[in-house]
Design a protein around this ligand. Structure first.
Ligand code: TTP
Length: 679
């Protein structure tokens, strides 16, 4: 969760970079002949020419909009080139766009802390770079200001009929400028250079906003597009917000914005200044109230998170009109497709980035037959995530059934054709990096634990993916989308009957605090699951009071003190938890195999370690001899071994009693945990 900074320390330099009509640019790079032509990217579904999901600026001049279908676009712009989104597994495949986004991120991340906010958006914290520039080489000493920088838009800058570029140049070179403005000037010079570099390296143009916080930077980046940048000096903030319609703020596009308009008569963000913090808190709760009070003043304390990878993965599909799913078997079939895609992405994240996701969430949109009045939403459901297509599918199906039961009410479940599903999506979130040395047996235990506790863990999913939470039958039009919170997926979206509807898709990390609050609760839920994985399941109270479990921090005893497992009260889960923590204290270079570059590699490092330690009658080890740890094999309660699958039991016994139980060929733990066995 991003850390909020107090207002006083907020003289930071934050940039928000947004790629211009991103999907179109990706397609134009593939087919350069499309450059300069009115072009749109359409959803593969070719009904009425498919739904437009990205429109080039040339096509926008003709009035082509994202809400249109291909046929309609052709009517207003006969020359338009329609390019189809690649398709895989019967649905949009966004891989090419994701990869293109990563290329851009790798260029942008050179200059400061970089947060990948969505498939085509990035926040940069350039404070340090700007401070360094101001100290070493301030703009006022520059002889020339780069051309790209002189094309900047500076909010509140009076042109008085003078040439805009001259005024901008003057602003950059001003000696007696406010210190904060000088920092912004440095930031803007850096961003102009970075944008040129992105163009050179990737052939993509992007636009940027440069301000003192994320909220203002994001607002600014969309003000002048394509391929331009906008600076927000502190002195311009009040005026900017005074006239900014509430619905233009990303988080106020929905019900909250409507309530402000209808209930309070607040039409612009500046109108909120009329209300005290206390009043806003009374009306909307402490967090949302305070957040509203702050945004009215242009205050946003959210830090740029150092994150180059997405926060979650998702896969989804809409089933509009006659395509709506009306049987469990059709839902099952599509969940299988979605799970396959999600599984591929999870495994490639695991292989490439050594990350695992811990929470699976299912969202759906539905309507009830013979009940057109009903506006009840299909509840989103979450559970701990298990790897492997089959397990994912099983769990997704359980979540679906749980959601359907709640949606229909218990008495209606099972009755044929009382419902229809118009959108399905699954997402994997709570992604964490696997600590060096952590091994696949831990995953096994997580999975085991999840299986046993899963029925208890089904829970209402919260609104992490705001798009999904906002799903409404009538809104579902196209299913390739981007999630501002870092999820990259194709899933049902709410769309697009006008600019406001479009705005609601573009949520950012300056989310109203209540969303974070809910997410925090979810984090707790996942943490609980993890704690259960590690043998704490009988101690709910201590769980709640415990600090969060951090696998990366070893929990070794100091000196020669040995940890013991008490017979009867101990569990094999605790044993392996301790093992993991001890192992994780060793850097990968200390392991003969390190953390492998593949899924199997992770297991290999563990296998290597355990087998290596297997030569004594106790399991013991210390990579550096400082306060080693050990377990006497006789201290391990033999009954808990019986909880394990046979092949694992055998192998664990072989570790404990190497002479008695030689390892059986072909049944090693590595094989057991390989993805193919998981499927
Ligand atoms: P946006 O950044 O919203 O739009 P854009 O990049 O196409 O255009 P702009 O220059 O105005 O920023 O979305 C980025 C990509 O995400 C877009 O190219 C296609 C995809 N997308 C969808 O697939 N569906 C949607 O509803 C939205 C909003 C975006």
């Amino acid at each position: 969760m991003p850390v909020a900074r107090p207002e006083s320390s907020n003289s930071r330099v934050i940039a928000h970079i947004d790629m211009d009509c991103f999907y179109v640019q990706v397609e134009q790079r593939k087919q350069p002949i499309l450059r300069g032509h009115p072009t749109a990217v359409v959803q593969y579904n070719s009904w009425k020419g498919g739904g437009l999901i990205a429109v080039s600026y040339e096509a926008r001049k003709y009035g082509v909009k994202r809400s249109m279908r291909g046929d309609e676009a052709k009517k207003v712009c006969p020359d338009i080139q329609l390019v189809q989104v690649p398709v895989a597994r019967g649905k949009a495949d966004l891989t090419v766009y994701r990869n293109a986004g990563s290329e851009v991120v790798s260029v942008l991340s050179k200059k400061g802390r970089c947060e990948r906010a969505s498939i085509d958006e990035v926040y940069l914290d350039l404070t340090e770079a700007a401070e360094t520039m101001l100290a070493d080489n301030p703009p006022e000493r520059l002889e020339v200001i780069g051309e790209e920088a002189t094309k900047s838009h500076i909010l509140g800058l009076h042109l008085d009929g003078a040439d805009a570029r001259d005024c901008v140049r003057e602003w950059f070179l001003k000696k007696d400028a406010d210190h904060r403005d000088k920092l912004l000037a440095c930031g803007a010079l850096i961003v102009a250079e970075l944008r040129l570099e992105v163009l050179k390296e990737t052939e993509f143009t992007c636009s940027a906003g440069i301000a003192h916080n994320k909220m203002l930077a994001k607002l600014a980046s969309g003000m002048n597009k394509p391929s331009q940048q906008t600076i927000v000096p502190q002195s311009s903030v009040e005026k900017l917000l005074e006239s900014l319609p509430v619905k233009k703020m990303k988080q106020l596009g929905g019900k909250l914005g409507t309530s402000l308009q209808v209930d309070l008569g607040v039409n612009t963000v500046g109108d909120l200044l009329k209300f005290s913090n206390q009043k806003l808190q009374e009306l909307y709760g402490i967090n949302t109230g305070t957040w509203l009070w702050n945004i009215a003043r242009g205050v946003c304390g959210l830090e740029v998170e150092g994150r180059l990878l997405p926060k979650s993965h998702g896969s989804g599909k809409t089933f509009p009109g006659p395509q709506a799913l009306e049987t469990i078997s059709s839902v099952k079939k599509w969940l299988h497709e979605l799970c396959e895609e999600l599984s591929d992405r999870l495994l490639s994240d695991l292989n490439q980035n050594k990350r695992i996701a811990r929470t699976l969430t299912l969202h759906a949109s539905a309507y009830k037959m013979n009940d057109s009045e009903s506006i009840k939403k299909f509840p989103s459901k979450s559970c701990p995530l298990r790897y492997g297509v089959t397990k994912l599918q099983e769990d997704a199906m359980s979540l679906f059934n749980a959601g359907l039961g709640e949606y229909l009410g218990v008495y209606h479940v099972g009755k044929h054709q009382e419902w229809a599903i118009t959108g399905l999506s699954i997402s994997a979130s709570k992604i964490v990096v696997i600590p060096s040395g952590t091994h696949s047996i831990m995953k096994y235990f997580c999975n085991q634990n999840q299986t046993s506790t899963q029925s208890n863990m089904l829970s209402d999913a919260c609104t992490e993916d705001r798009e999904s939470s906002d799903l409404h039958l009538a809104d579902l039009k196209i299913d390739a989308y981007k999630n501002e919170a870092g999820t990259e997926c194709c899933a049902p979206i709410l769309n697009t009957s006008g600019p406001d509807a479009e705005e609601t898709l573009k949520l950012d990390d300056n989310q109203a605090p209540h969303i974070y609050e809910v997410n925090h609760q979810r984090a707790g839920l996942a943490e609980e699951a993890l704690l259960q994985c590690f043998g704490c399941e009988n101690d709910m109270e201590s769980k709640i009071n415990q600090p969060k479990l951090n696998l990366a921090v070893p929990n070794r005893k100091s000196g020669k003190e040995k940890r013991k497992i008490e017979k009867g009260s101990s569990s094999i889960l605790q044993f392996f938890s301790s093992q993991s923590q001890s192992l994780s204290s060793c850097s990968s270079s200390e392991h003969p195999h390190g953390i492998g570059s593949t899924f199997q590699g992770i297991g290999a490092s563990v296998s290597g370690k355990l087998v290596q330690e297997n030569h004594s009658s106790s399991l013991s080890g210390s990579s550096n001899g400082d306060g080693g740890w050990s377990y006497k094999s006789e201290e391990i309660d033999p009954t808990v071994l019986n909880e394990l699958p046979l092949e694992i039991q055998e192998e664990v016994r072989a570790w404990l009693h190497p002479q008695k139980q030689p390892r059986r060929r072909g049944s090693d733990i590595l094989h057991y945990f390989s993805p193919s066995t998981n499927k």
